[in-house]
Design a protein around this ligand. Structure first.
Ligand code: DX5
Ligand code: ZN
Length: 212
């Protein structure tokens, strides 16, 4: 059974507390927090104070996806704000081994993400330092984009690479009830969904459709 990580980016920013309560009540497992710096991706989202304010409102796992260039300086900010998992982009790190070990030394689970065009070979030397691999199934930067079908093979390849290790395989971008099933069949066990949850008026039904 796959876990669902609801992407806050698609929520109503005027009522974040209410949105989180609704999605948690509907049975959502994780909350996906997309942090964008306007450099690594051509967009800005929200930052540390928002996470800090939301933390006391929810028991969901805070799954933080850093789409920022050179994240090292910021890792402790996100750890202190209450993130449980901190994921960085392989393409954005100068020394990803050091970055991942810093995340773990802060007592958090460490993840690495790949853009759709980035080959999976870069993951191989990192496998023993990872708690999560996040495969982007759209170009990062915006919610509401269409799922890239050519990423399904990559998901299967990474699942095979993970083998018996305890590493989550998460997918992000364009996940709806149809692509969710394709991703699960390919080997993903955490599905990020923004629009497919928050742009509907029944979050329980949306979650059930993603898990079916
Ligand atoms: C895109 C973000 C995603 C995005 C997914 O850069 O990483 O998490 O919010 O949104 P949907 O599910 O609407 O494609
Ligand atoms: Zn994301």
């Amino acid at each position: 059974m796959a876990l669902i990580s609801a992407s806050l980016l698609a929520a109503d920013f005027g009522h974040l507390g209410k949105e989180i309560a609704s999605v948690e009540k509907a049975g959502c497992d994780w909350l996906h927090l997309d942090i964008m710096d306007g450099h690594f991706v051509p967009n800005l989202s929200f930052g540390v104070p928002v996470i800090k304010s939301l933390r006391p409102l929810s028991k969901m796992v805070f799954d933080t996806h850093l789409m920022v260039q050179n994240p090292d300086e910021m890792l402790s900010w996100f750890a202190e704000a209450g993130s449980d998992i901190i994921t960085v982009h392989l393409e954005a790190c100068r020394d990803v081994v050091a970055t991942l070990s810093k995340i773990r030394s802060l007592g958090k689970k460490a993840g690495v993400s790949l853009r759709p065009q980035t080959p999976v070979s870069g993951l191989e030397p990192l496998l023993d330092q990872l708690d999560l691999i996040l495969l982007m199934t759209v170009n990062p930067g915006f919610g509401g984009q269409e799922f890239m079908n050519d990423q399904l093979k990559k998901i299967a390849d990474v699942r095979a690479m993970i083998g018996r290790r305890k590493i989550y395989l998460e997918v992000d971008g364009g996940i709806n009830h149809k692509t969710a099933k394709q991703c699960r069949d390919a080997g993903a066990d955490v599905l990020v969904a923004g629009s497919a949850i928050f742009k509907t008026d029944d979050y329980s039904a949306a979650l059930a459709a993603l898990k079916k």
